[in-house]
Design a binder for this molecule. Structure first.
Ligand code: GUN
Length: 281
């Protein structure tokens, strides 16, 4: 079986076409402020890509680079200033943060109406209640990709491996909202292979290179690989593409699968935030 390759760049491009039109209809140019703390090379690269994409869409993107040793209070004060700034429609704190900073406390200080990452507890709660406002970007990107390729969700057995706050948990809620039968597996799951064999759609968000092998899966499964593992200067997914390709009906590659979707969804969330704010007195 030759699987359908789920091309994230192509899907992202279709999102950008829609956004360009949406932006042209606004009477102002949406602005996002990205906060990067410290000099983590991966974070530097992600933030640069986000800023570049803003520019390409005619949006305003600015980055505040803050010192590694910034105090929690200082970081939160910066966020509070941005919350009040009418020019700023979206705020994103690039993760991970240095270990002396309490991530939950920092994320909670963002105005939920500007929380384009969807990580504030208010937005996470709205998603759980089936009434989402901002959906975290990677889960939103996964849904967009499944829809683009017309991979059915309703009534399907979808197995998610990984229970992170950014991917595993929110994507489970999102797919549940779309009427999937969702199973979340994690490092303490017993008989993982039994669970995996039941999957009609598999979402791998584990953070272990090539963890999922073809012999763990049933024929015809659609596989979404969320892994971004840096191994010897290369980016490797959580799925062993070679062996899984023989089993899957569809598979997202790494790189070029979910990755490009994440930034596309951030841009979509920013435009949505700007629209919501423009309707407020
Ligand atoms: N670091 C890796 N993924 C993400 C994300 O989706 N949002 C933020 N803020 N930081 C990240």
């Amino acid at each position: 079986m030759i699987p359908l390759i789920l091309d994230g760049k192509k899907v992202a491009e279709s999102v950008y076409q829609k956004l360009l039109l949406e932006v042209s209809l606004l009477s102002f140019v949406p602005k996002i402020t990205l906060l990067r703390v410290g000099e983590d090379p991966a974070s530097q690269s992600y933030v640069r890509s986000k800023e570049k994409r803003c520019l390409e869409l005619g949006l305003r993107g600015e980055t505040l680079v803050l010192p590694e040793l910034i105090s929690e209070q200082e970081l939160i004060s910066k966020i509070l200033v941005l919350n009040r700034d009418k020019e700023v429609n979206g705020i994103l704190v690039q993760l991970p943060l240095p270990s002396h900073l309490n991530k939950e406390k920092v994320l909670r200080s963002i105005d939920p109406m500007k929380d384009v990452d969807g990580l504030h507890p208010e937005n996470a709660g709205l998603l759980v209640q089936g009434n989402p406002r901002f959906i975290p970007c990677t889960p939103a990107g996964i849904l967009e990709m499944l829809k683009f390729y017309q991979i059915a969700i309703e009534g399907k057995r979808i197995v998610i491996v990984g229970r992170s706050e950014i991917v595993g948990r929110p994507v489970a809620q999102l797919l549940l909202n779309h009427h999937a039968t969702v199973t979340i597996c994690h490092s303490k799951t017993k008989n993982l292979e039994e669970e995996l064999k039941r999957a009609e759609v598999l979402i791998a968000a584990i953070g272990k290179p090539k963890f999922i092998k073809g012999d763990m899966l049933s024929p015809g499964v659609a596989v979404i690989d969320v892994g971004i593992n840096r191994v010897d200067g290369q980016i490797i997914g959580d799925v062993d593409f070679e062996s899984v390709s023989h089993k899957a009906s569809a598979i997202s590659p790494v790189p070029g699968g979910v990755g490009p979707m994440t930034i596309a969804m951030l841009m979509q969330n920013l435009c949505f935030a700007a629209t919501l704010q423009s309707k407020k007195p």
